[in-house]
Design a protein around this ligand. Structure first.
Ligand code: FEO
Length: 392
């Protein structure tokens, strides 16, 4: 794709990746993604903000063909999907300086072996004059790495935010045109990588909303012409109350756990609680992560195998523990054949979750009448606790 004009002497560059379906060998990309870079031509200096994954460097270099001189490259975030092509761009423009936050310098030296003399370090709030345009660098750590920062182009009121406010969508839309679709993709992105750092991200949100922002230009997905849409969405995900929702990741081997899950879900619904259940053998983990943004309660459904939880459930529990959702309650349901330590093992795997654990329900073999009664009571208890918390 050719460079696309955003405003006078400000261009989108980068690569729209329609084909990749897994990011970091972990995160599903149902809609692909994009790696956005931005070129700003001031009256005196020209700057490139971020680059692309190294395998797409050729496309970025072709977009730069008509740019005879590059004074600066700004790296807002050291992760390689944005920094990966910096060495190739520096080879084309050997006199360009690389502008980073203090922490990013060491990271880029390690990750890409960029020589130390190439760097200019900028402190929080420091400005860079391009002549008639001015960039201000705002440190926004832990979005989702420790070195992250954003850049604000004062005269044009554009915030270049890199991963912050990003969404994994490959699209020909330079600007967001379908907010509902982008909301979904941005929430997925937040859930997958930002949620564990939401306390830091809240501080960063407070910091950047002090600026007069006309446009947000992230380094994944389309540009936001209405910044309040995505800022308000992030505020809700970070600070909004949990919902009257049970998220139920589960798996089953001989259908006993499935019978418990079906009965329990019906009981929850009868008690006015919404449910999202995810079969861990087939689910898109991004969907599970998104549901965890809103969950008031997490209930894990697992059979016992090899005296402990099913390995797919171990994976799901590890993920939930790493994502640190704001859910307030947790329980475990499931079936076993002859014994085991499923509850103890699972409970030991989720130290990051600040939850009240509600009495688990385990059935020996097929659920008995007593087991079903216990599931019904669990559903009633969850409904009552959600009501007490004011979850709606
Ligand atoms: Fe889009 Fe953290 O990289």
């Amino acid at each position: 794709m050719k460079p696309r004009k955003i405003k006078d002497r400000i261009y989108w560059m980068g690569y729209v990746d329609w084909d990749t379906r897994l990011f970091d060998s972990l995160i599903p990309l149902p809609d692909g993604t994009s790696y956005n870079a931005f070129l700003i031509e001031g009256s005196e200096k020209t700057v490139l903000i971020d680059t692309v994954e190294s395998q797409f460097a050729g496309e970025l270099l072709a977009q730069l063909d008509n740019i005879p001189k590059l004074d600066y490259i700004v790296s807002l975030h050291a992760e390689q999907d944005h920094s990966g092509s910096i060495p190739q761009v520096l080879s084309r423009y050997p006199d360009a300086k690389l502008i980073t936050s203090p922490k990013a310098k060491g990271m880029l030296m390690d990750l890409l072996r960029i020589p130390e003399e190439t760097f200019i370090i900028v402190s929080d709030g420091e400005t860079l004059s391009l002549g008639d345009k001015t960039l201000e660098f705002i440190h926004t750590p832990w979005v989702h790495w420790p070195e992250t920062m954003v850049a604000y182009l004062k005269e044009d009121k554009i915030l270049f935010s890199c991963d912050f406010f990003g969404s994994h969508i490959a699209t020909s839309d330079l600007y967001v045109s379908d907010e509902a679709r982008v909301y979904e993709a941005a929430k997925r992105y937040y859930a997958e990588i930002m949620m564990p750092f939401r306390n830091m991200i809240k501080k960063n949100l407070d910091k950047i909303t002090a600026y007069d922002i006309a446009v947000i230009a992230p380094s994944h997905g389309s540009i936001y012409p209405r910044p309040s849409f995505i800022i308000d969405a992030h505020k809700d995900w970070i600070e909004g109350p949990s919902k009257n929702l049970v998220v139920l990741p589960y798996i089953t081997m001989h259908n006993s756990t499935k019978k418990m899950v079906d009965f329990f879900v019906e009981s929850l619904v009868e008690n006015g609680v919404s449910v999202e259940q995810f079969h861990l053998g087939v689910t898109d983990i991004g969907k599970l992560a998104m549901a965890l943004v809103d969950a008031g309660t997490i209930v894990i459904g697992t059979p016992t195998v090899l005296a402990g939880p099913h390995p797919n459930v171990v994976y799901g529990a590890y993920l939930a523990n790493a994502l640190r959702p704001k859910a307030k309650f947790l329980s475990i349901i499931g079936s076993y054949g002859w014994g085991g330590k499923t509850v103890e093992i699972l409970a030991g795997m989720i130290p990051n979750l600040k939850v009240e654990v509600i009495e688990p329900v385990l059935a020996k073999g097929l659920p008995s009448e007593d087991n079903l009664k216990a599931l019904e009571n669990l559903a009633k208890t969850i409904a009552m606790k959600h009501k007490e918390q004011g979850f709606v």
